[in-house]
Design a protein around this ligand. Sequence first.
Ligand code: LUZ
Ligand code: MOS
Length: 750
Amino acid sequence: MKFTDADLHSRGEAPFIDDLPLPAGTLFAAVYASPLAHGRLGKLDTRNAQAVPGVVRIFTAADIPGANQIGNVVQDEPLLPATEVHYAGQPVALVVAVDAHTARLAARLINLDAEALPAIFDPREAYRQGQLIGPVRRFVLGDVEAAWTQCDCIVTGRVDSGSQEHVYFETQTALAIPAENGVLKLFSATQSPALVQRLVAQVLGCPMHQIEVEVPRLGGAFGGKEEQATAWAALAALAAYHLQRPVKLALRRGEDMRMTGKRHPYSADFRLGVSAGGQLLAYEVHFYQDAGAVADLSLAVLERSMCHATGGYFIPNVRITAASCRTHLPPNTACRGFGTPQAVFIIESALYEAAQALGVAPGEIQRLNLLQEGDHFPYGMQVQHCRLRRCWEEAERLFELERKRAAVHTFNATETLHKKGLALLPLCFGISFSQTLLNQASALVHIYTDGSVSVSTGAVELGQGVRRKLQQLVAGLFALRPERVKVEPTNTVQIANMSPTAASTGADLNGQAARMACLDLLNRLKALASTTLGTEAKRLELRDEAVYCGAEKTELDWSTLIGLAYSQRVSLSSHAYYATPDIWFDRQREQGQPFAYHVFGVGLIEVTVDCLRGTYQIEAVHVLHDVGQSLNPLIDRGQVEGGVVQGLGWMTIEELLYDRAGRLATADLTTYKIPDIHFAPPIAVHFLEQAANPVGLLGSKAIGEPPFLYGIGVYFALLQALQAFRPDLPCRYQAPLTPEKVLLMLYADE
Ligand code: LUZ
Ligand code: MOS
C-alpha cells in the first residue's frame, strides 16, 4: 500500500462506492418512500412515473422473488411493504431509470392511495398500548426493597435523551452487478457484508454463494451501516436481478436522513437511594426505549443499556427494568455506544440529583462509589483488572482538578452574567458483542512468491484505521516494512460469515484471527529455515526482513525464504479462525460474563454559559483513557477526539424534530446542527501508561465507542453553571440541552 487510508482521506482521494467506475449500461435507482407514518396501503399509481422518458421499470413488493423480509434479529421488516406502512420515509417502491435524476423525478410522480392509521411517536405511549418488541427484561442485584429502608436519602426523577443522526460522510450506497449464471456482485456500503449477503440471497430466493459482497471502504458508519445498509443493497440487487443490468442506488443526504433510523431516544424513571455519607445503596430504573417501527438491533441495544445501567459505579442493590417500545418512527439502530450512552446519562442524572439532595458536589459521590476490583455488575459479572480508581486518582493530579475547581468557584463568585461549570465522567465500557455468538472472526493471509503479503479479514475500514492497524500488526509479526503488507477490501468470497465491524471489536477480533494465521505461517517458515540452516527452529527469529539465529543474521532473508518455501512446496497461505474465549450470557437467568474486558477512563469538561443569551462555550476537555497498550496511538487519539465531539453534540446541539405527522423536519445539515470546528473544544488526550491489557490483542484495548461517553459530562457542567446563575433552578434531565433550552431554563417560570 503506497498510501494508508488516512493519507488518501486527507488528500480527498479515497474512493468510495459512489466513485467506482461504472460498467457500461449501469442503471440508477431512486426510492419512493411513504409520506405516512402509519397507513394501510391502497393503490400505488405509477402511471405518470412510468411515462417519464428514461424510466426503465418500477419495482414493488410484488416483484420480490424470494422472501420479502430483511429483518435479522426479528423477522418484522419487509423490504417493500405490501399491506401497511409503519413510518414516514419507509421505502415503498423503487424507480429505475437511465440516470439518477430521472429516477428521482419519476419517483415524485408516484401517487399512493393509503388510509392513515393512528400513529405513536412516544415510547411511553407505546408502552401503555402494549406495543413492545420482545419481552420486558429485568436485571436484579441484591435486594432493592430491603435497601430503601437503609437509605438516608432517596431521590426520584425522569430522564430523557434524544436521538442522533449518524451523519456518516458517505450516504447509504449500493451497486449491484449481474455476472454469469445468476451470480450478483454487490458493492455495498455496509458494516456487515455477511448480513447483506444472507439477506439479499433470502430476498432473491437464491443460495448465498450466488451473492458476493465487497466493501472497499466506508466513509463513516457509526453503527448506521450495521443493519441499515441492507435495504439499499437488496433494492439494487432486486432491480439488477430482474433487469440483468448493473444498478446503482445512492441516497442523498435528505433521503438518508428521512429513511434511516438513528440513535434510540430513551425515557427513564429512576429511584436512587444513598447514605448520608454519599454511598450509593439502591438503584431502580425503568428504561423506555424508542425502537421505531421495527426491531432492527433494538433488543441488543437495550441489553447493552442494561449491562451499563450503573455506569462506572458499584451499587449493591439494583433493579433494572427495560422495555423496547415500538413507535412509528424510522427503525432506530446501532449508533456509537449502542445503548451505553443512554444508560450512563440516566445514572449520572440520578447521581447529580442525589448530590443536590445531599448538598454535596457530584464529584464526591462519583469518587466514593467508583467500581473496584471484583465488584459485581447487575448481570453477575465481576469487574476484573479494574483501573477506574487508578484513572480517577491520576486524573485528579493530571487535570489539576483542585485548581480548576477553585478557579470555577472564584469566577462564579465574581462574574454575574457568565457562569462556569465543570464535570467529570468516569468511564466503564464492556468490550465484546453482548450476543456471544457474534464474537468470532477469521482471516486469510497469503504470501506471494515475491514476499509481498495480502491480508483479508472480515473487518470493514470505515475511517477508524482498522486497515492500518492490521497492516502494522502483520508487518510486525513478519518483521517486514509495512509497505510489503496489503490489507484487502472486505469481501464475502475471501472471508465467509464475518460478524459486523461493530461493537468496537474490529481490530481486536480480526487482528486476533490475522495474528493466528501469521503465527501459523511463521511456524511453517521457521521449520523450513531450521531444516535449511540446520539450526533449531526455536533459536530462529525474523528481524529486519531476514532470518536471525540469536544475534546472527543468517543467509536467509525474507525474499529468499519465501522463494525457498515455494520451491519446496510449502503452503504460503493460511486461514485462521478466532472466537473470544470465556464469554457467555444466560438470558433465562439474566446472568453471565458477556464481555472479554472493560475499558476505563475519566473525562473532565469545562464550560462557560452566557446567562444573558443562553449560549455556551465548551472551554476544554481533558481525558485520561485506558487503551491498554495502544496498537497505534495516533489512530487511537483520533478515535478519542472524534468520540468526545460526537458525544458533546448528542448532549448539546443535535436535535431531531418531527412534525405532527411523524415526518422528519430537520432532514438536512442546516437544520440539524452537528459540531463543527468552531464548536469543538481543545481536547487533551492522555493514555493511561503501563496498562497493557492481559486479554487484548498485543495488550491493546478496543477504542471505537467508549470515548463517546466522556461527552456526557457536558450536560452536568452546564447544569452546574446554570445553577450558579439561578440557585433555585429546577434540574431537568432532558438532552439535548440546546441554547434555546438553556435560555428557557434560566428565565421561564415553570
Ligand atoms: N452490535 C451488536 C453492537 O450487534 N451487538 C453489540 O453488543 C454491539 N455493541 C456495540 C456496537 N454494536
Ligand atoms: Mo456500532 S454502534 O456499529 O459499533
